[in-house]
Design a binder for this molecule. Structure first.
Ligand SMILES: [Zn+2]
Length: 223
C-alpha cells in the first residue's frame, strides 16, 4: 500500500501500510461529560485542547467513538458476561473473508470502479449521505470512507447489500460530536431495525420506537 506525498514539486509514493488507533481525553482534565461533575473546563479550554488535532488528520480517521467512564469498578461487574474477544475475532475474520472472496482485498483498499460496484447504495441513502455531507461539511474523502465503512458493517452482518442502517451508522462514526444528531437517529433506527425502510423520512417514524438497543464492537480497518 502506498501513501502519496511530495517533496517540493516532486510527487513521491511512500510504501506504507498501517492501522492507526488513537485515544484522547474529552477535555484538559479528562472529566467532561462525567456524572461526577468534576470538570470545570471552559468551552474555550476544551476547544483549544481539541484544536491540537488538525482537521485534515481527523478527516482521515474513519471511526470516532466516545467512551464513557465505567459506572462500576470493572472487577465488580455482576451483569451478563460481555462478548468474548474470541467471539469478536471470529466475526471480524468472517467479515474479512467475505471481503477477500468478493474483491481479493479489504474494503479499505477498494477504489475506482470496484468501489462503485461493491459499495453501491440506494438513491435514498445517497440523499442521506449528501445531507450529512452538506450539514457537516464532509470532504469527498470522508464520504468515500463512509461508504467503505458501511460496506464493512454490511459484511459483519453477512448482508449482500448496504442498507440505510449501515450508511447511518457509518456516518455516525465520523466526528462524534458533530454527528450526535445522526447517532440519535441511528439508535432509533436500530431500535426498529425490523421496520421496512424505504425513504429518507424513516427517522421520524423510528424516533417513535421505545425498544432498547445494543451497540456492538466494530472493526477498524481503514487506511
Ligand atoms: Zn474538563
Amino acid at each position: 500500500m502506498t501513501a502519496r506525498g511530495q517533496i517540493g514539486t516532486a510527487p513521491l509514493d511512500f510504501l506504507t501500510r498501517f492501522q492507526l488507533v488513537a485515544a484522547m481525553n474529552p477535555c484538559p482534565c479528562g472529566h467532561l461529560g462525567d456524572e461526577s461533575g468534576l470538570c470545570h473546563c471552559s468551552a474555550e479550554q476544551v476547544s483549544r485542547y481539541r484544536g491540537r488535532i488538525s482537521g485534515p488528520l481527523l478527516d482521515r480517521i474513519d471511526l470516532h467513538l466516545e467512551v464513557s467512564r465505567p459506572r462500576e469498578f470493572p472487577l465488580q461487574h455482576d451483569g451478563p458476561a460481555p462478548e468474548s474477544s474470541a467471539s469478536v475475532r471470529a466475526r471480524v475474520l468472517a467479515a474479512r473473508d467475505i471481503q477477500d472472496q468478493r474483491a481479493g482485498k479489504t474494503n479499505a483498499q477498494l477504489d475506482g470502479l470496484v468501489l462503485k460496484q461493491f459499495c453501491r447504495i440506494s438513491a435514498a441513502d445517497r440523499k442521506l449521505l449528501l445531507q450529512a455531507s452538506k450539514q457537516h461539511a464532509l470532504s469527498p474523502r470522508a464520504c468515500i470512507r463512509i461508504l467503505k465503512v458501511a460496506r464493512t458493517l454490511a459484511d459483519l452482518e453477512c448482508a449482500a447489500d448496504i442498507n440505510t442502517a449501515h450508511v447511518a451508522e457509518a456516518i455516525s462514526y465520523r466526528n462524534c460530536r458533530a454527528m450526535r444528531a445522526f447517532q440519535v437517529t441511528l439508535l432509533s433506527l436500530r431500535a426498529c431495525r425490523n421496520t421496512s425502510i424505504t425513504s429518507p423520512s424513516w427517522s421520524t417514524a423510528c424516533h417513535k420506537s421505545k425498544r432498547t438497543t445494543d451497540l456492538r464492537p466494530i472493526i477498524i480497518q481503514q487506511r
